[in-house]
Design a protein around this ligand. Structure first.
Ligand code: SF4
Length: 655
């Protein structure tokens, strides 16, 4: 009997039309948990680093997490892993919603796609019955529309459907996978799904998930729920509104956008509008948001409500959460109303709401600079909003200049040349980021942005405050009930951290402290992503209900695996090194590890090098960020050291 997980993966060879229910190795669960951890193991073992993202040999893995579908609140993430066409590294993107729990109830931990279908198909997984079905009638349909059409066709209103839109079919590098109340948007995973000829995966499951010690597990889940209630009643004081609560940033709830509109950059991540927000705009935006927001919604088994059903008159409804409400608006220097309207179209097309507006603003900036010409924009309307709709269509259809832009700003700039590269300035590892620009370098954030394998600013943030508290009273107030810290030393750092002077950014937290803090933040993200628990209840917000002290108990009670804090930290280190190894084999080097050039106005090159040196040394990596033989062996990853030696990445006796 397997507990927590089902013990089976679905292996689907799209080239041959072959479907197999494959039993998995429980030892791998002990070593990597599940979700991201076992996805990475499969990718390392089965996909050669030379494999192109759009090769039939590339895998596209949809995974539940180890706790996915159990009563653990917020254990609903689908972790999707492949080689990214945009970064050419391992890409992993996650979605909430309901899909992963449904897959587990159908009896599977993962769906592993390989090969390519010559015709457009969709998969129908209904417990033990699994079919590859014709999807030619769904070609060109919207990602949200497709979900409904499939449910109707199958006469299964409760099926959970993950689908791509036209962008995925056309292999746009920023194509997303959309699913009811969530989407996996980053790093071009929707393009890989389109390349494989898969329009959608529909799932319906009615089986049980076994738990090793159910009564104990439920008791622990109740404690988590109790703490969520407590936190909802007691927002963290003295921090920005969006940092006070749990969940993903509550952008569908809050209407005050003074901070974002005045501190995030507009257009192609260059222009700050310092006095933008005023009473009139506040009233107008509030009316717009409350007018289109039908209701706030949750993911599976979660008491939070981070998303909203949006209904704009004349357009079909869609789901929105997080910063998408602002990204299109600010890229086009437009109004919130425009943001909600174009986001509906973009969601149906299935594109990443963070990257795509940046790509469009980048294109218009190139036109203003004379690098792109009128000929590139033939037929483009002259009004501001019309321009964005026009270009979105061209990108998604890969028509004209849209075909170049569909590969993202990094690759488009290379192809366009004539100085365009200088305008693709907001990337980490070839991938567009939110246009946040700040003054003074923050050493902790420098390290997280530079080295994070998620290649995404917003998903690496963590439980340590983003900025110092102004007064000692505020600091003491913050640390007094900070039960989540893995070590008391973190409280002292917060107590000593000043806004100005010797103990302020960029030299405080010190290099060693910064490395410690980043290690803690990463640990929680890696554990969440292996367990399938939403970061919004764990690694992302301040003082979350899940932390390093209660996770081992939850894992043990759910799975029967003997787990303590030290053991869980070791699993995290193993998964961290495994993913680093995949990316090192894909060509990742120290030179790639940098945040967007103008993310901070004040930069400190010498300090930044010291931070990287110390971080690598702490991880047991050499000064190029390559895990050493010794550190790999200590993590039961000796086979990676051997692979590195065979490839000449490390030399015999390196250590
Ligand atoms: S915290 Fe928000 S995003 Fe996370 S599972 Fe709950 S509702 Fe979904």
């Amino acid at each position: 009997m397997r507990y927590g997980e089902t013990g089976y993966n679905l292996e689907i060879d799209l080239s041959r039309g072959n479907i197999e229910r494959a039993e998995t190795d429980p030892r791998l669960t002990e070593l990597h948990l599940g979700g991201l951890g076992t996805n990475a193991k499969i990718l390392f073992d089965r996909v050669k680093p030379e494999t192109e993202p759009f090769s039939p040999e590339n895998l596209l893995i949809f995974s539940t997490g180890l706790l996915g579908g159990t009563p653990a609140p917020g254990a609903n993430r689908t972790i999707i892993t492949t080689y990214s066409p945009q970064t050419l590294l391992m890409g992993y993107s996650m979605m909430g919603g309901f899909w992963a729990p449904e897959l587990k109830y159908a009896g599977y931990d993962k769906v592993i796609l390989r090969g390519k279908s010559s015709d457009l198909v969709y998969l129908w997984i209904h417990n033990d019955k699994v079919e590859i079905r014709d999807a030619s009638h769904l070609a060109g349909k919207g990602a949200v529309e497709t979900q409904e059409l499939i449910r109707k066709e199958l006469k299964e209103p409760n099926a959970q459907v993950a689908a791509i839109g036209l962008a995925g079919e056309n292999k746009v590098y920023t194509a997303s996978i959309e699913q009811g109340r969530s989407s996996a948007s980053r790093l071009g995973i929707g393009a890989v799904m389109g390349d494989k000829g898969v329009k959608a995966i529909a799932v319906r499951g009615t089986k049980d998930v076994n738990l090793a010690r159910p009564a104990e597990f439920l008791e622990l889940c109740n404690e988590v729920l109790k703490y969520i209630k407590y936190r909802n009643k007691n927002p963290v004081p003295n921090v920005m509104t969006i940092l006070q609560g749990l969940g993903s940033p509550q952008e569908m709830l809050h209407v005050d956008e003074k901070w974002h509109t005045e501190n995030f950059m507009w257009g192609n991540a260059r222009t700050r509008r310092k006095d933008y927000w005023n009473k009139e705009i506040e009233e107008k935006w509030k009316e717009t948001q409350l007018g289109v927001r039908k209701r706030l919604i949750s993911c599976y088994n979660c008491p939070m409500k981070c998303g909203a059903i949006i209904s704009v008159p004349g357009l079909s409804t869609y789901m929105m959460k997080c910063f998408s409400k602002l990204t299109y608006t600010m890229a086009a220097y437009s109004d919130l109303d425009f943001g909600f309207r174009i986001a509906q179209k973009a969601t149906e097309y299935g594109v990443d709401g963070f990257s795509t507006p940046q790509i469009m603003a980048f294109a218009f900036e190139l036109k203003e600079a004379g690098i792109l010409t009128d000929a590139d924009f033939e037929g483009c309307p002259s009004d501001n909003e019309g321009k964005f709709y026009w270009l979105l269509d061209r990108i998604v259809r890969r028509e004209g200049i849209g075909d170049v832009l569909a590969n993202g700003t990094y690759w488009a700039a290379k192809e366009i040349g004539k100085g365009a590269e200088g305008y693709a300035h907001n990337n980490i590892k070839k991938h567009e980021q939110l246009p946040l620009k700040l003054g003074m370098l923050n050493p902790v954030y420098f390290l997280m942005y530079a080295t994070g394998e998620k290649a995404n600013i917003t998903q690496i943030e963590g439980q340590f405050p983003q900025a110092p508290f102004a007064t000692m009273e505020e600091r003491e107030e913050f640390v007094k009930d900070w039960i989540q810290v893995p070590d008391e030393k973190f409280k002292q750092i917060v107590l000593d951290w000043e806004m100005r002077g010797e103990r302020s950014n960029p030299y405080y937290p010190t290099v060693d402290m910064s490395v410690d803090i980043v290690d803690w933040q990463e640990m929680m993200h890696y554990i969440d992503d292996a367990l399938g628990v939403c970061a919004g209840l764990s690694s992302f917000p301040l003082k979350p209900p899940y932390h390093i002290h209660n996770y081992p108990k939850l894992i043990s009670a759910a799975t029967g695996i003997d787990m303590d804090e030290a053991g869980l930290a070791q699993v995290y280190r193993r998964n961290r090194n495994l993913i680093r190894a995949i990316n090192v084999r894909k060509g990742l080097t120290r030179a790639d590890e940098k945040p967007p050039e103008d993310h901070w106005k004040k930069r400190f090159p010498e300090l930044e090098e010291k931070l990287l040196d110390a971080y690598y040394a702490f991880k047991g990596w050499d000064n190029q960020g390559v895990p050493t033989k010794e550190s790999l062996q200590q993590l039961d990853l000796g086979y990676i050291a051997e692979d590195f030696e065979r490839r000449g990445i490390i030399k015999n006796g390196q250590d």
